[in-house]
Design a protein around this ligand. Structure first.
Ligand code: NAD
Length: 259
């Protein structure tokens, strides 16, 4: 299917690895020019070079921490008027909610709620003026069902979800959609870290812990960044103009509810 977005420009945050990279690659495969960012210049440049080679699109890079005002300023200077914005950043650390300090909460809110809101605020009016815009926020299955050790994520991402539910309806008439993609368990560095911690805590091998996590998913496996990216590219396509304010769970059936 032709997604109808060739020649558009996307700003894809936290895209040197994992799910953000999957989104960048899938958009590039549709002919979308990219500005991608991540904190580590070397990894970012290597990813950009691979995407250019795979797709032939224009890929600019910005090495920055998107959760800081300076990082956002640098990203927006490189890409002031994207047609497509993919919001993403690292997730907050696990822990016991009693141990989280006020500063921990502020960091989580900055990273997983206020940064995407700031980027939406900065880019949405030109999208409205052009009559086309696609905003996709990478959140988490934690907004659908809380994850025991991720209280910071459960809270901060739910704040973003509530904001998006309202904002999406305010711009729906202007050709701009805002949706959230909710990953369950995907095979990325983030999951490798969580599985290592689980293996250590239960005194089992990394492979055994990985197998146990996979067995908890009806699909019997982790997701991969390519299928995540393809879902993102569809939401950004001309065919998804009637889909807005939605929370798409990509979890291999792990969420047990009927709805
Ligand atoms: P990852 O560790 O594989 O990749 C993270 C990417 O983000 C890297 O490119 C890194 O450089 C970049 N990054 C991190 N913090 C950044 C910052 N402050 N500024 C700029 N770039 C930054 O992680 P992932 O698995 O792709 O996860 C992406 C998001 O999805 C995270 O918020 C994660 O918590 C969430 N998530 C992931 C899963 C999963 O199964 N992988 C599940 C639920 C939620």
């Amino acid at each position: 299917m032709d997604m109808g977005i060739a020649g558009r420009t996307a700003l894809v945050c936290a895209a040197s690895k994992g799910l953000g990279r999957g989104c960048a690659e899938a958009l590039a495969a549709e002919g979308v020019n990219l500005v991608i960012l991540a904190r580590t210049a070397e990894t970012l440049e290597a990813t950009a070079a691979e995407i250019r080679q795979q797709s032939g699109v224009d890929v600019k890079t910005v090495a920055c921490d998107i959760t800081t005002p300076e990082g956002r300023a640098a990203a927006l200077a490189a890409c002031p008027q994207p047609d497509i914005l993919v919001n993403n950043a690292g997730g907050p650390p696990p822990g016991d909610f009693r141990q989280y300090t006020h500063d921990d909460w502020i960091r989580a809110l900055e990273g997983n709620m206020l940064t995407p809101i700031e980027l939406i605020r900065a880019t949405i009016d030109p999208m409205i003026a052009r009559g086309f815009g696609r905003i996709v926020n990478i959140t988490s299955s934690a907004v659908k069902a809380p994850i025991d050790v991720l209280g910071l994520s459960n809270g901060a991402r739910s704040g973003l979800t509530g904001f998006v539910a309202g904002a999406a309806r305010k711009v729906a008439r202007d050709g701009v959609t805002i949706n959230n993609l909710l990953p369950g368990l995907f095979d990325t560095d983030r999951i490798a870290t969580t599985v290592s911690a689980q293996a250590k805590a239960n005194n089992i091998s990394f492979e055994e812990a990985r197998k146990q996590r996979m067995e908890s998913i009806p699909a019997g496996r982790f997701g991969n960044r390519d299928e995540f990216g393809r879902a993102c590219a569809f939401l950004c396509s001309v065919h998804a103009g009637f889909i807005t304010g939605q929370n798409w769970l990509l979890d291999g059936g792990a969420y047990p509810g009927t709805f």
